[in-house]
Design a protein around this ligand. Structure first.
Ligand SMILES: Cc1cc2nc3c(=O)[nH]c(=O)nc-3n(C[C@H](O)[C@H](O)[C@H](O)COP(=O)(O)OP(=O)(O)OC[C@H]3O[C@@H](n4cnc5c(N)ncnc54)[C@H](O)[C@@H]3O)c2cc1C
Length: 408
């Protein structure tokens, strides 16, 4: 029989990670969980604004958490969607090259994918055309049959229903974590809350929530804006599933790609343009008192880190339609500038930076200190990985109470 765990667990942030951790805790018999969410509804940030792609473990260096959790998470999320009747587009994905120079990177991705246990095939141009008739590549491409697409907001809504109906989880919306009052007590916009265990899944604010507990002080989040465009409806036949470029594997971003979403819209994006705020979705929307600090961090990294400099110099060009088009036109045959329409879809990728090393952190990161656990750098593919990630966090940091030395 499963042991009951009646500790009062407070989770800060009801994105896919907060919800998945709550779900995992429920499965282990925890029955006193409070999820705090500062917004009045779920899905306002990364978990409701992403591409909805269930990645299949291709890009990540073996031994990384991303490699361990992505494919497993993909399979778990598929099973959940099937069980709950949530539609999945099982269209697979191709990664295409734009020049001969990219072939060695494609081969490296193939090797990584194999090491990660992912199912991928190196295919030739003819095989590519059978899968994506309009995709173009130079000599070879990679095919990942297990890549799929879901409607991430539907997944969030289903999880919310499951958790609330269990009777063991309360989701308190419009309640913002504001600081630590004293040991085992936090301050929020709706008063103080006591906890026996606190789990930080605050996404773009995960660093500042951790800092309030004195944890992870050397890490800071830098926001990157991911904008999308879309294919005109009558030209959406050009893309059947997912067409991705070969990325710069020194950076955590996968490059602007084509994704057919559940409702049939083909999105092209996201970019990774340095943003002025953690929720800077519009031009000035979400720009607050932190903007100058963010600009300063961008400037420091620009001079100290050549990988960041490359992103900062190349990505903003994608605001210019002709340069955006130039970037994607080598991936799809016959695509024309007039086939591309603006889209309101936009998200922010909160990228963690190790400020001592002035390096972008490539992997997921979990820090623990006595009765608090902090999930940092939940960047892509954290949506895909979420169920496996939650299982890992609960196993390792909550039930085994493992301390992460040197993390503070
Ligand atoms: C443009 C874009 C495309 C992406 N595409 C994919 C993809 O195709 N596949 C994939 O696997 N991943 C993708 N990702 C990544 C994925 O969306 C994220 O990794 C994942 O959603 C992170 O989940 P989260 O729960 O950590 O963060 P969030 O969804 O941001 O949730 C954090 C929550 O915490 C709340 N919060 C913050 N501060 C406080 C506070 N002080 N008090 C209370 N609540 C607080 C926020 O309101 C928010 O609801 C993409 C991301 C972006 C931005």
């Amino acid at each position: 029989m499963q042991r009951r765990d009646s500790r009062l667990i407070v989770i800060c942030g009801a994105g896919i990670l907060g919800l998945s951790v709550a779900r995992e805790l429920l499965k282990r018999g925890t029955d006193n969980i409070i999820l705090l969410e500062k917004e009045s509804k779920l899905g306002c940030h990364a978990s409701g604004r992403n591409s909805g792609v269930l990645h299949a473990g291709i890009y990540y260096t073996p031994d990384s958490l991303k490699a361990k959790l992505c494919l497993k998470g993909n399979l778990m999320m598929r099973e959940y969607c099937r069980e709950k009747g949530i539609p999945i587009l099982e269209t697979g994905k191709v990664i295409v090259t734009k020049s001969e120079k990219e072939i060695p990177v494609l081969e490296e991705l193939h090797k990584r994918a194999k090491k990660n246990g992912a199912e991928v095939n190196l295919i030739n141009d003819k095989e590519l055309k059978d899968i994506e008739p309009y995709a173009m590549t130079v000599e070879r491409a990679l095919y990942s049959p297990l890549t799929a697409v879901v409607d991430s907001k539907r997944v969030l809504a289903q999880l919310e229903r499951d958790l609330v109906s269990s009777g063991s989880v309360k989701i308190l919306k419009g309640v913002k974590f504001e600081g630590v009052k004293r040991n085992s007590e936090i301050l929020t916009s709706k008063g103080a809350f006591r906890f026996e265990l606190f789990i930080n899944t605050a996404g773009a604010y995960a660093d500042s929530v951790a800092h309030a507990f004195g944890v992870g002080k050397k890490y800071k989040i830098l926001p990157f804006k991911g904008t999308y465009k879309k294919l005109r409806k009558d030209r959406s036949y050009l893309v059947k599933g997912n067409i991705y470029p070969v990325p710069d594997i020194r950076n955590p971003f996968l490059g602007v790609h084509f994704t057919r979403s559940i409702d049939g819209t083909v999105y092209i994006g996201p970019t990774a343009i340095p943003a002025f705020g953690r929720e800077n979705y519009g031009f000035v929307e979400g720009v607050d008192g932190e903007a100058l600090g963010i600009l300063w961090r961008d400037a420091v990294l620009f001079f100290k880190n050549d990988k960041f400099r490359t992103v900062a110099l190349t990505e903003p060009r994608k605001y210019i339609n002709s340069l955006f088009f130039k970037d994607i036109s080598k991936m799809v045959e016959g695509i024309r500038m007039e086939d591309i329409e603006p889209s309101e879809k936009v998200g922010i990728r909160p990228q963690l930076v190790d400020w001592e090393k002035k390096e972008l952190v490539m992997d997921f990161l979990v820090l623990k200190d006595s009765d608090t656990v902090h999930i940092l750098n939940a960047i892509s593919p954290a949506f895909t990985s979420s169920f496996a990630f939650a299982e890992y966090v609960v196993d390792r940091f909550i039930f085994n109470r493992e301390e992460v030395k040197g993390a503070l």
